[in-house]
Design a protein around this ligand. Structure first.
Ligand code: ZN
Length: 180
């Protein structure tokens, strides 16, 4: 969802991109999606996303997360024709906590208040600038920024957001656009 009330958040995201050394054009500024994932509390659960590229084969996005902002748990499903999206994350600035299935080690980050049922992957991976992680298709994951926020790249196979399946049923659609 993008509304005017989010335009100041877009500006904040641009500032984070610039401070992390990434140049973007004025046109790209307009394309930044401020997404609350239909959950209604953008500071708690949301993300600022700029899609740089999404061809039939690859997708590249730049994401800013504000301090402690959480991108909700989801996975990228396979379809009859596709394997499901493979996603590589690389941190540009700040600290990012990534949560995946496995031994419960969540310590530095936290589950957004009252949302325990919707954050089931609790194996914590702390990521700093230049750290990179590849998530295989079908892997449940969610992200949370540390106290200084985080700027990250995501490199993926083609992104079809309708194949993003969120644990929280109130989030019915994915990040940016539906390509089909
Ligand atoms: Zn994902």
């Amino acid at each position: 969802m993008v509304t005017d009330e989010f335009s100041d958040l877009r500006i904040k995201a641009v500032k984070m991109f610039i401070e992390s050394g990434i140049k973007i054009t004025d046109e790209e500024v307009e394309k930044i999606i401020v997404n609350d994932f239909e959950l209604g509390d953008i500071a708690k659960e949301g993300a600022q996303i700029l899609e740089w590229l999404n061809t039939d084969r690859v997708g590249v996005r730049l994401i800013a997360l504000f301090p402690f902002q959480t991108l909700p748990e989801h996975f990228h499903r396979a379809t009859v024709n596709e394997q499901g999206k493979e996603e590589t994350i690389r941190v540009v600035s700040g600290t990012l906590y990534v949560y995946v299935p496995g031994e419960e080690t969540i310590t530095n980050g936290f589950i957004p208040e009252g949302q325990d049922n919707y954050y089931t992957a609790r194996h914590e991976v702390m990521m700093k600038p230049s750290n990179q992680l590849t998530l295989k298709p079908g892997t449940l994951h969610w992200f949370q920024a540390g106290k200084d926020g985080a700027v990250i790249y995501t490199f993926t196979s083609q992104a079809r957001d309708k194949n993003n399946i969120f644990t929280n049923p109130r989030t019915t659609k994915g990040c940016i656009n539906d390509l089909e």
